[in-house]
Design a protein around this ligand. Structure first.
Ligand code: SF4
Length: 508
């Protein structure tokens, strides 16, 4: 089957007979989602910078086949290494389906010397790889770009699959379940400035608004920071990517200049959590706009929003301000360690209005530990007040609390699905009739699956495998019934979470 004729800039295609290692970089979801992620661009550039390696891409959706590469139609199974980035827990289903389509045995113990070594990295497995050990040969814990060359060298220098697995298990930050160790460390790059950065990024040549275009549009991705200096109790990034690291202003400007030469785009999408904490964000954004480039920044903390920053962002074409109050209740924000008061949020909204923004996106969580109906009503009050007074279009994204491994709320149970639904209804009914306000929510059943996959252990293997046969929400229910593994109740089983945690062997 020939691949979809995707026209892309900056694609690398090597003669596979002239390299020693074939690497299949896989994103277990859509082309659009995969191309939006910085990891793809980092690994693609890093691996193809080696004369001995050819890296080609595979996606679950939007290309003609999940088992043939975009670049040269290379079968997935022909690779020596198949590497996945797992960003969302539920994508494990897509990952398994990609292996199956690619004719690679799904279960580790059925693989032999003719099969690629399957490696997975990303935040999900860095927090807790245990639910996935049946399917994955090795997990990257922490920053993968620190170790990618060591992985390739270990496999290239091995005479057998067994030797490769032993060598991988000896690397810092690599977890090989078949070679257990009492503790596995996490790789954290301390100096982002010294790290090579992909200034030549792949851009699909598609019309604006195409479903193949990155979420940020046609843009150069600029990683400004990694990790976060805050540590909100529920937040995975605030816990597993510590400490917060940042590139210097000088280096960031240098990268923008290189990026505009190497990547055909006139927009820079800045990547990083809580970017407003960066000394000099305003200078960086305004300088980028002065270079004639558009800029987008992700969600900002309300207490970091300033008029001059937003003025520059408006000049660069940004019209929606995204902030995450998390709760309308000051008590809840204090409990979760958010460190924002009502005035910070009011000021951010006011400044957005003055700067000429047309809309606001606000993120909230419901079902948090110790949350009462009064706290939920405080969220209703906050949304309606902002809707009525700001004059801006307001989208409130209200998501259920998902306890995550390695966070300070890792032992907190998720409320029952009915309780989450009830709280969502309080919000939906409460804001109904407020003009220009819409509410988006995540289905509590998906939140329940995500929490189970975040908190679970290796006993989940059979239910995951079975669910991958069926797909969809109904598939998870059916798999639970057939395997009798209580996936849907794991995240609110407070007793189970009192014992030793499955990820306790990962050093913090
Ligand atoms: S919620 Fe935002 S501010 Fe809090 S730790 Fe996470 S990324 Fe940082």
């Amino acid at each position: 089957m020939s691949p979809t004729p995707l026209n892309e800039f900056n694609v690398v295609t090597k003669d596979s007979s002239r390299v020693e290692i074939l690497f299949g970089y896989c994103y277990p979801s859509t082309y659009r989602a995969g191309m939006t992620g910085l990891a793809l661009h980092i690994f693609y550039a890093t691996l193809n910078s080696r004369d001995d390696t050819s890296c080609e891409r595979y996606f679950r959706y939007d290309t003609s086949s999940p088992s043939h590469s975009v670049e040269s139609n290379r079968p997935l199974k022909d690779n020596h290494i198949v590497g996945f980035s797992l960003t969302y827990e539920e994508d494990i289903i897509n990952l398994i389906q990609m292996l199956e389509h690619g004719n690679i045995p799904v279960v580790v113990k059925k693989r032999d010397k003719n099969d690629p070594i399957v490696i997975v990295g990303g935040p999900v497995v860095s927090a807790n790889p245990e639910p996935f050990v049946n399917f994955i040969d090795a997990f990257v814990i922490g920053d993968g770009d620190l170790i990618v060359h060591d992985i390739v060298d270990a496999i290239k220098d091995s005479d057998s699959r067994e030797e490769a697995m032993t060598r991988l298990s000896e690397l810092s930050g690599l977890y090989v379940p078949t070679k257990p160790k009492s503790s596995v460390s996490r790789n954290i790059i301390s100096d982002l400035n010294s790290l090579p950065y992909p200034t030549t990024q792949i851009i699909p040549d598609v019309p604006e608004g195409s479903h193949l275009e990155s979420v940020f549009g046609r843009s150069f991705l600029l990683e400004v920071t990694r990790g976060c200096g805050h540590s909100c109790r529920f937040c995975l990034i605030g816990h597993i990517c510590r400490p917060r690291r940042t590139r210097s202003l000088k280096r960031l400007k240098e990268l923008i200049n290189l990026g505009r030469e190497d990547t055909p785009t006139s927009k820079v999408s800045m990547i990083g959590s809580s970017l407003g904490d960066l000394d000099g964000l305003e200078e960086l954004v305004c300088w980028t706009v002065e270079q004639g480039l558009k800029v987008s920044v992700p969600s900002l903390r309300a207490d970091s929003v300033t008029k001059s920053l937003l003025d520059c962002l408006v000049m660069s074409g940004q019209r929606t301000l995204t902030i995450a109050p998390e709760s309308g209740s000051t008590r809840m924000r204090n409990l979760m360690g958010k460190g924002l008061d009502d005035t910070d949020i009011d000021n951010a909204v006011e400044v957005a209005k003055e700067a000429g923004y047309s809309s606001l996106k606000l993120y909230f969580i419901i079902g948090l530990p110790e949350e009462t109906d009064e706290d939920v009503r405080a969220t209703v009050d906050m949304i309606t007040k902002i809707g009525k007074t700001s004059g801006l279009k307001v989208t409130a994204s209200v998501n259920p609390f998902i306890p995550k491994a390695q966070t300070r709320w890792e032992r907190e149970p998720q409320p029952p699905i009915a309780e989450i639904r009830r709280k969502i209804q309080i919000i939906e009914k409460g804001v109904k009739g407020t003009s220009r306000v819409t509410v988006e929510t995540l289905d509590p059943r998906n939140a329940r699956i995500q929490a189970a996959l975040s908190l679970g252990d290796r006993s989940l293997g059979p239910v995951i495998r079975q669910a991958s046969e069926y797909g969809g929400l109904g598939g998870w229910r059916r798999a639970e019934k057939e395997t009798k593994i209580p996936l849907f109740s794991i995240a609110n089983d407070a007793e189970r979470l009192k014992g030793q945690l499955p990820w306790s062997f990962l050093s913090k």
